[in-house]
Design a protein around this ligand. Structure first.
Ligand code: KG4
Ligand code: ZN
Length: 355
């Protein structure tokens, strides 16, 4: 089965063609990072307008690269939420219109489901069940993944997401947007043991097994530190390194605890912060010591992309997780009254409810 994937939930237009037997055939991405940079964050209206400009040319490009025709596509998977409403609407309406024209199903995919299944695109994929650590700009969650569509939330952030903490701290240190990668780079030049920053909710985990996260206190601690200390380049690098180590400490400890609690041995790391090299180094080290295995998406599929959405669509279809109402019946065009083509977006959407 051939699935077209469309991702437009935030500041990346991602398109991909995934074949259930042959794997990923082609994918393309346009990032709006440079456009939003001068505003210091994503401007939703600009994001939507740019998705409109990019989505059709990118679909054509991916079709061309894969040597595929529209008639070859069996279903279209699109990010239905969570994300920016206007941005989501671009991908959702294009997917629905195209599916209507072709008389094929349009599948609304949960963005985080895409992220947590993305390591399955890697050369060495995990097998179900596994624990997933989802660390993106908007979310920080630990999930028990038993199968496609079977997700149990083990813990999540009560305030800032890990990526958000990276981005805000980067701003404090005068780094550009998005701050995560820039902060990680600066941290590589600093001394991580110079400042002892808080490891929020770690002690509580030891006492009660709680797997929730909290990063806003850490951000405040960095703010106070940055105000107090001289802001020479070496000190800023030391603050960055100490901050990164605190976040990584918490993410590693909670992930290991989640493996212990569930009795599972495979950990999947997904989302933009999963690209962080120090996090990977520490997780690999801890896993090797305990005989556990850690799986990451390929670097290019850590951040938002269309491949993970096409993959999630293919896996959901394969698992029979698509309701009958999504399959057009009768005439090849299904008919305008067909509920499969009435679309809506879900800017806020709980992943457990998407199962
Ligand atoms: O998954 P993603 O592309 O978008 C969301 O769905 O949020 O994640 C983006 C987040 C941003 O906060 C970015 O700063 C962070 O991931 N990020 C990193 C690194 N690369 C991206 N954070 C830390 N270290 C990195 N190397
Ligand atoms: Zn994402």
């Amino acid at each position: 089965m051939l699935i077209l994937g469309i991702e437009t939930s935030c500041d990346e237009t991602g398109i991909a063609l995934y074949h259930s037997e042959r794997g990923l055939l082609a994918h393309a991405l346009h990032t709006q990072m440079a456009m939003h940079e001068e505003y210091g964050g994503v401007v939703p209206e600009l994001a939507s307008r740019d998705h409109i400009r990019r989505v059709l040319p990118l679909i054509r490009e991916v079709m061309h690269r894969a040597g595929a025709e529209f008639a070859d596509i069996d279903a279209i998977a699109y990010t239905q939420g969570p994300g920016l409403a206007g941005a989501l609407l671009v991908g959702t309406s294009v997917a629905s219109a195209l599916a209507f024209t072709l008389g094929i199903p349009a599948l609304g995919i949960h963005h985080l489901e895409g992220h947590l299944l993305s390591p399955l695109l890697a050369r060495k994929p995990p097998t179900f069940p596994f624990v997933a650590l989802l660390v993106s700009g908007g979310h920080t969650q630990l999930m028990r993944v038993a199968a496609v569509g079977d997700y149990e939330l083990l813990g999540e952030t009560v305030d800032d997401a890990a990526g958000e903490a990276f981005d805000k701290t980067a701003t404090l240190l005068g780094l550009g947007y998005p701050g995560g990668p820039a902060l990680a780079q600066l941290a590589g030049e600093g001394r991580r043991e110079r400042y002892k920053l808080p490891r929020p909710m770690l002690e509580q985990m030891q006492r009660t097994g709680n797997l929730d996260f909290s990063f806003s206190g850490l951000k405040t601690a960095v703010l106070l530190l940055a105000r107090k200390e001289a802001s020479d380049a070496a000190t800023r690098a030391d603050i960055a390194a100490s901050f990164q180590e605190a976040i990584v400490d918490v993410l590693v400890a909670k992930s290991l605890h989640a493996l212990d609690q569930t009795g599972l041995t495979q950990l999947v790391v997904a989302g933009g912060v999963g690209a962080n090299r120090r996090l990977r180094e520490r997780l690999d080290q801890a896993a090797a010591e305990r005989g556990h295995a850690v799986f990451y998406p390929e670097f290019e599929f850590c951040t938002d992309n269309g491949a993970m959405i096409a993959l999630a669509g293919a896996l959901r279809l394969g698992a029979g997780l698509v309701g009958a109402s999504l399959r057009p019946e009768g005439s090849p065009l299904g008919g305008l009254e067909n509920p499969a083509y009435a679309f809506t977006v879900k800017p806020r959407w709980d992943l457990s409810a998407a199962a």
